[in-house]
Design a protein around this ligand. Structure first.
Ligand SMILES: [Cu+2]
Length: 230
C-alpha cells in the first residue's frame, strides 16, 4: 500500500511540474544604461525621457493591463514631457492654468484633438494603437509632450544618468526597444533567462537632431503669440 501512495504522490508531483502555470516561469532582470551621442561640446540633460521596453516575441500568457495617466497643462507647458502606457490605456489632460489650452496629435492612425480645455477642466481618451504620439497645443506653439503607447507590460523610463532596470521579466525571447525624442529609436533582439541580463550599453545618436517648428492642428503656421491676453 505504501508504495502505491508514494507512486501517486510522484505522479501528482510530475503533473504539477508539467502543467505549471506561466506565472512560475523563471524571471530575470534586464538592466543597462542609455547614452546619447551629442554634437561636440554639447551636454546631455534629458536622459530621463528615454523610454525602454521589451516586446515579447513568444505568445503572451497574460492579458495586458491598462492604466490611466494624467498630463498637466501648467505654466504653458505639458508635464510630464514623456508618458509611457500600455495599448488601450487612458490619457487625461488637466488644465491648471487660468487660461485656455488645447492638446492635439497628428499621428497617422492615432490622431486626436481634445478641443479647448479651459481653466480647471480635463479631457480624457483611450489610445488603442501602439505608437509614438507627439502632443502639441494649438494655442501655444512651444508646448510639446510625447505619449508612448507600448504593446507590452514591460516598460520603464531611464534615470537622469541613463540607467534603467526592467525587473521580473519572464524568461523568453524579446525585442528590446529604446526611444528618445532626440536620439530616435533603436531595436535589438535578445533572450532573457532566469539569470537576467545586465550591463546593456545602448547608444543613440542625437547629433542629427534639429528642433523643427511644428505646424498647428490645421497644418498651418502658428500665429504670433504676442497678441495673446495671457
Ligand atoms: Cu496651450
Amino acid at each position: 500500500m505504501r508504495t502505491t501512495w508514494r507512486g501517486w504522490l510522484i505522479c501528482l508531483g510530475l503533473g504539477a511540474l508539467t502543467f505549471a502555470p506561466p506565472s512560475v516561469r523563471a524571471q530575470g532582470a534586464v538592466s543597462g544604461q542609455v547614452t546619447l551621442l551629442e554634437k561636440p561640446g554639447a551636454a546631455t540633460t534629458d536622459l530621463e525621457s528615454a523610454v525602454v521596453y521589451l516586446i515579447p516575441r513568444d505568445p503572451a500568457y497574460e492579458k495586458l493591463r491598462t492604466s490611466k495617466s494624467t498630463i498637466k497643462m501648467h505654466d504653458r507647458d505639458f508635464a510630464p514631457p514623456v508618458t509611457v502606457m500600455t495599448t488601450g490605456s487612458t490619457i487625461r489632460f488637466e488644465n491648471q492654468d487660468p487660461f485656455d489650452h488645447n492638446a492635439f496629435s497628428n499621428t497617422a492612425g492615432g490622431n486626436f484633438d481634445f478641443g479647448i480645455a479651459d481653466r480647471g477642466s480635463s479631457v480624457a481618451m483611450k489610445l488603442k494603437h501602439a505608437g509614438v504620439y507627439p502632443v502639441f497645443c494649438n494655442i501655444h506653439s512651444r508646448m510639446a509632450a510625447f505619449v508612448i503607447v507600448v504593446p507590452t507590460p514591460y516598460f520603464t523610463l531611464a534615470g537622469s544618468d541613463g540607467r534603467f532596470a526592467l525587473n521580473e521579466i519572464p524568461a523568453g525571447r524579446y525585442t528590446l526597444v529604446i526611444w528618445h525624442q532626440r536620439g530616435g529609436e533603436l531595436k535589438q533582439k535578445l533572450t532573457v533567462t532566469g539569470a537576467g541580463i545586465s550591463g546593456l550599453a545602448i547608444s543613440l545618436d542625437a547629433r542629427g537632431f534639429h528642433k523643427s517648428e511644428h505646424k498647428n492642428k490645421f497644418g498651418e503656421e502658428y500665429k504670433s503669440e504676442s497678441g495673446e491676453r495671457y
